[in-house]
Design a protein. Structure first.
Length: 162
């Protein structure tokens, strides 16, 4: 097995500092403009949105409406709705972008990689054969071939505005 060492990651893991004021996911949920908030679909207990800092074009997040930080705090109904939205995300992305696979998961806690630690959300990242490169490692840059606005329009159209 090959290993790629990423020592710069430890500065993120052990960084201390005041948490940001407010919650960007709660703010997105409260927004009246879904396009500006990057929301594709709203449900009774959860919503689907684009990640504003994507790992790949089409990186989506299924987010519980309530401000809870762990799976243990979420209700079974909320978890089911998040999983349903993750399934919808894969269907939308599959139809629109034709990826070869997906990474689906959540990072619970800062040391697990969560950028937003106190509002539960599940990532759905489309993947294509050969899509990794060294731009993010060498240049600290992600290459994204599509603007967020374009991604939102393509996927929202497939959502039917729900």
């Amino acid at each position: 097995m090959k290993r790629l060492w990423a020592p710069w990651r430890m500065s993120y893991v052990f960084a201390s500092g005041a948490p940001p004021v407010g919650c960007v996911l709660c703010e997105a949920l409260a927004a009246s403009d879904d396009r500006k908030a990057l929301i594709l679909a709203r449900r009774g207990r959860a919503f689907l949105m684009l990640n504003a800092y994507p790992y790949a074009s089409g990186h989506l997040m299924a987010v519980v409406n309530r401000h809870v930080g762990t799976l243990a705090e979420a209700t079974p109904e909320e978890i089911a709705e998040v999983m349903g939205l993750a399934t919808l995300a894969m269907e939308l992305l599959g139809a629109e972008y034709r990826p070869d696979g997906f990474n689906v998961g959540l990072n619970q806690g800062r040391v697990a990689g969560a950028g937003i630690t106190d509002h539960l959300h599940l990532h759905v990242v489309p993947r294509w054969s050969g899509d990794t490169n060294f731009m993010s490692v060498v240049g600290d840059v992600r290459v994204l071939p599509e603007a967020l606005e374009t991604t939102w329009e393509r996927l929202r159209g497939r959502c039917g505005g729900s």
